[in-house]
Structures are given as structure tokens and as C-alpha cells.
Design a protein around this ligand. Structure first.
Ligand code: SF4
Length: 377
């Protein structure tokens, strides 16, 4: 079982907070798609004949592709991989791309799940973020997708930024609840270096993010969605009716995946590799049948740290049986470092799994870092 991620590195405009890899010029879209289809062929042995369960089109903005372009990519995958029983094919979409015609055309592709970048239902907030869409388009995109039979929807929301009051955040959550969406991903606004947002804060044009407000909004979100039947199954992800993201859950469970496209990451069960984050160099290299990737060999220490980092963020938690069987040499050290967090009531043990408490979820990264096995252990 494995997944394939396709990175489409184009966006209409740059959101002020974003540090993903993309270009706002679509001039080389056709050449990029040729390179992507070429990489699919060249990487055909990477997953060692594992059955492909999920495909995830991310970016960038993959909803800029036509349904024909999406079909060409999925056909290429089905030509070279065992991918005839796909469980989940997700397309990240921006609301302004989801016209009725586009949605109807996407029904003729293997895509069966939309991840819609809503971020907020307030125009002033969308403008501040420099999103390309308006709140009305977001509402239309959700409704029109559902009407066309795309029921497996997830939407993204952002919290913790200066314009977002408690009242507005509550209205955003209410709007999602009213629209009967089975999956929500919510992210705290972070200020990444080299973004427009970082530069506005430096120049005093924008206020910095407020961690206390962000924590309050996170706790409100978690409580409210759980009251309404959602499971808080990963720090940033909520699902009801078992509509978990299969693709992302597989990442967190250490399942193999292949990333295609500039900046995409791959994992073969042991080691990681990542493609160059530069469109021109990526296309040039694929033109010569070279995959422009760097590889990182993961030591047992790297692997256990990665497991701690990802597993702890999920509601299934850190499996002590797995630590015992796969990483026995580190077990005593990890257990010793956990004690401080039991005392603070940030973690609890259930059926031999270590799980974050609600309070602990606010400190997930800090807890994971404290449990990491250090160099030279
Ligand atoms: S649309 Fe998505 S990938 Fe593109 S700039 Fe905005 S946040 Fe980044």
C-alpha cells in the first residue's frame, strides 16, 4: 500500500503568508506537465510494486489544471503503477477555480475528494491574506461541489491572525458546521521568513501573531467541532463519520509515498528524498531524464524521532509496543523523558499508547522535541 503526491507549482497570486513552492507565471505549465509525466515514468520502481491507494494533487494550486490534464497524469500513473483500485484521489482547489462547468468536468476524472482552500468566510480577512477569492465564491464552491456529488470534502481554515476576533472565528466555524462538511483542516497563522507577511511585520505595517489568542482559538475550535460530532484526529485535522484523510493518515503511519514535481518529498519506507524546488531546473533536468533529487539516509535515531513527531500529533498516539519492537534500544530513554509531561497532565497513557491531552495539544512540538533521541545517544 502506498500513495503518490503530485506537486503542481503554480498559483494565480501569492498569498502573503505562504512559503510553499510555486510560480505565479503559468507560461511553462505545459512543459511542467510534460516533465511531471516524465518523472512518473522514471520513478516507476521507487515504490517497489506497492499497490497505490491514494493520489493527492497538491501545490501550488492544482485546480488550475483542466480535467484533461488531470486525466493525463492519472492515466500515466495507472500505466506504470498498480493503481486500478484507488481509494482516495484528492485535488486541492481554490474556490475561484470551482465554477459549475469545472466541477462537472472534474466528475469525469478519478478525483473523488476536494480539499478547498477557504481560509475565512470574511472578505476583509481574505484581502489581508491576499487570497484570490471572495467569501461568496467559497460558499458557492462548497455548495456546487456537494450538489455535483462531491461529498468527500475538506476545507482549510486559518486562525490566530490579528484581524480574526473571537466572534469572527466562531462565525467561521459555524459556517463550516452549517454546510455539512465532513472534514476540516485548521492551521494557526505562522510567520515564515521571506514571506510578504514577515516583511510587513518587520516594517510595522502588520502586527505580529498573538500566541495566547491563537491558543484560545485552537481550544475553541477543538471543543466546538467535537461537540458537533467531529473527531480531533490530528492536531490540525478534524473528521466526522470516519472521513479521515487516507493519504495524510498514511503519511503519519509511515506508509511509503512517492512525491512527483518540484519540491515534492518521497519516502520509500527507509529513506527520504526531495526534488529540487525550482521549476526551471526541475524541467531542465527531467528533459535529460535525470531526477533532480537529494536523498537523506535515515538512521534508526532519525526514524524513531520522526515516528515520535508524527504519531504524537494523532489521536492514535505513540504506540509503546511499536517502540518496543522497532526501536528497543531507545525505549528507556523515551520513557524517562515522558515523566515530566505526565506530571503536567499534557500526556496520558491508554492501552499502551501515549496520547496528548487537550492541554498537551498546545505543546505538541515542544513535547515531541523533548522526547527526541539526541545525536550520539
Ligand atoms: S494558493 Fe496556496 S500555495 Fe498558492 S500562494 Fe496561496 S496558500 Fe500558497
Amino acid at each position: 500500500m502506498a500513495g503518490i503526491y503530485i506537486h503542481i507549482p503554480f498559483c494565480k497570486q501569492a498569498c502573503h503568508y505562504c512559503d510553499f513552492h510555486f510560480s505565479t507565471s503559468l507560461k511553462y505549465k505545459d512543459d511542467m506537465l510534460k516533465a511531471i509525466n516524465r518523472e512518473i515514468l522514471l520513478q516507476k520502481n521507487f515504490l517497489q510494486n506497492e499497490k497505490i491507494e491514494t493520489i493527492y494533487f497538491g501545490g501550488g494550486t492544482p485546480s488550475l489544471l483542466t480535467s484533461d490534464e488531470i486525466n493525463k497524469i492519472t492515466e500515466q500513473i495507472q500505466r506504470y503503477y498498480i493503481a486500478d483500485e484507488l481509494v482516495e484521489v484528492t485535488l486541492e482547489t481554490n474556490p475561484d477555480d470551482l465554477s459549475s462547468q469545472k466541477i462537472a468536468a472534474l466528475k469525469h476524472t478519478p478525483v473523488n475528494r476536494f480539499s478547498i482552500g477557504i481560509q475565512s468566510f470574511f472578505n476583509e480577512d481574505l484581502k489581508w491574506m491576499n487570497r484570490a477569492h471572495q467569501a461568496k465564491e467559497a460558499e458557492f464552491a462548497i455548495k456546487a461541489s456537494q450538489d455535483a456529488g462531491f461529498e468527500n470534502l475538506t476545507v482549510d481554515l486559518i486562525y490566530g491572525y490579528p484581524l480574526l476576533t473571537k466572534e469572527k472565528w466562531d462565525l467561521n466555524i459555524n459556517q463550516v458546521l452549517a454546510m455539512d462538511i465532513p472534514h476540516v483542516s485548521c492551521y494557526s497563522m505562522t510567520v515564515e521568513p521571506k514571506t510578504a507577511l514577515a516583511s510587513f511585520i518587520k516594517k510595522g505595517i502588520d502586527k505580529n501573531m498573538d500566541d495566547t489568542k491563537s491558543a484560545e482559538q485552537f481550544l475553541h475550535l477543538s471543543a466546538k467541532l467535537q461537540e458537533n460530532g467531529f473527531e480531533h484526529y490530528e492536531i490540525s485535522n478534524f473528521a466526522k463519520g470516519n472521513k479521515y484523510s487516507v493519504h495524510n493518515t498514511n503519511y503519519w503511519r509511515g506508509v511509503k509515498y512517492l512525491g512527483i514535481g518540484p519540491s515534492a518529498h518521497s519516502f520509500d519506507g527507509k529513506d527520504r528524498q526531495w526534488n529540487i524546488a525550482n521549476n526551471a531546473l526541475y524541467m531542465q533536468s527531467l528533459g535529460k531524464d535525470n531526477i533532480p533529487a537529494e536523498k537523506e539516509f535515515l538512521s534508526p535515531k532519525d526514524r524513531v524521532n520522526e515516528y515520535i513527531m508524527t504519531a504524537l500529533r494523532t489521536m492514535w498516539g505513540l504506540d509503546l509496543n511499536k517502540i518496543n519492537s522497532d526501536f528497543p534500544v531507545f525505549k528507556a530513554e523515551i520513557s524517562k523523558n515522558m515523566n515530566q509531561f505526565f506530571e503536567k497532565d499534557w500526556i496520558e497513557e491508554k492501552d499502551n499508547h501515549i496520547i496528548l491531552t487537550t492541554k498537551g495539544k498546545l505543546y505538541a512540538d515542544h513535547i515531541a522535541a523533548e522526547l527526541f533521541i539526541e545525536d550520539g545517544f
